[in-house]
Design a protein around this ligand. Structure first.
Ligand SMILES: N[C@@H](CCC(=O)N[C@@H](CS)C(=O)NCC(=O)O)C(=O)O
Length: 222
């Protein structure tokens, strides 16, 4: 049995939930999810810190094997539950090209976009640094142009089949879109990226992740 600690509004938790759903694993049946983080607490308790000393979500326990770091967690889940690549392709080039984008979202895109996201959704108005918020959004949009260009002639970030990079990028891109929609006065112009829009639609139409289906772009308000 898998236990997953994490609130559903966390973008790192959403990646794990999405991958579990694609693997055909259902919350309440195949895995248990415990709300943790922000308003739910738990992540700073001594018991939790014993399994994840970072005090962060997502964290999983799979039959006593504990793992944290969302990218590693989703790599593990795919390796364990889909070793033959029936759902997540084993094509070595497609898979690694996709994981290149997974690493890129974690090390390059999200650290920049995060300033806008945290600034506008988690920071009281009086404490917001609007210059940083605007600049980070502009820089994120420039970075996403690289992804827009990469989608020429291919359906998914790694090639013709989806893999982990698509899920990771999609949760970032969803926030990039949401921020423009909800705070246009603070972020400046948002460029149109038609290939990214089409890719998002493609993912949405094919997903088994109920949160995506319900909320369209896994846009959560927090
Ligand atoms: N590098 C970690 C980052 C994990 C992380 O920053 N998690 C956030 C939620 S997205 C968290 O636990 N924040 C504290 C909280 O929710 O209370 C990963 O990819 O799993």
């Amino acid at each position: 049995m898998i236990k997953l600690w994490g609130r559903t509004s966390s973008f790192n938790v959403q990646k794990v939930q999405w991958v579990l759903a694609e693997l055909g694993l259902t919350e309440g049946k195949d895995y248990e999810r415990i709300d943790a983080g922000l308003e739910y607490g738990i992540n700073n308790t001594p018991e939790f810190l014993k399994i994840n000393p970072n005090g962060l979500v997502p964290t999983i326990d799979h039959d006593g094997f504990v793992l944290w770091e969302s990218s590693t967690v989703i790599r593990y889940l795919v390796a364990y539950f889909d070793p033959e690549g029936k759902i997540f392709t084993n094509d070595i080039k497609n898979k690694h090209s996709s994981q290149k984008w997974m690493d890129w979202h974690a090390t390059t895109l999200w650290p920049i976009l995060r300033h806008t996201f945290v600034g506008l959704t988690r920071t009281p108005e009086a404490k917001r640094n609007y210059e940083l918020i605007r600049k980070s959004y502009e820089d994120s949009s420039k970075l996403l142009k690289m992804f827009e260009d990469a989608l020429h002639g291919q359906d998914y970030c790694g090639g013709s089949k989806f893999h982990l990079g698509d899920m990771c990028l999609a949760v970032c891109v969803a926030r990039w879109k949401l921020l423009a929609q909800d705070f246009p006065q603070h972020i400046g112009p948002k460029p149109d990226y038609p290939l990214i829009d089409a890719w998002m639609k493609r993912l949405l139409n094919n997903t088994k992740y109920p949160l995506v289906a319900e909320t369209k772009l896994i846009i959560m308000a927090s």
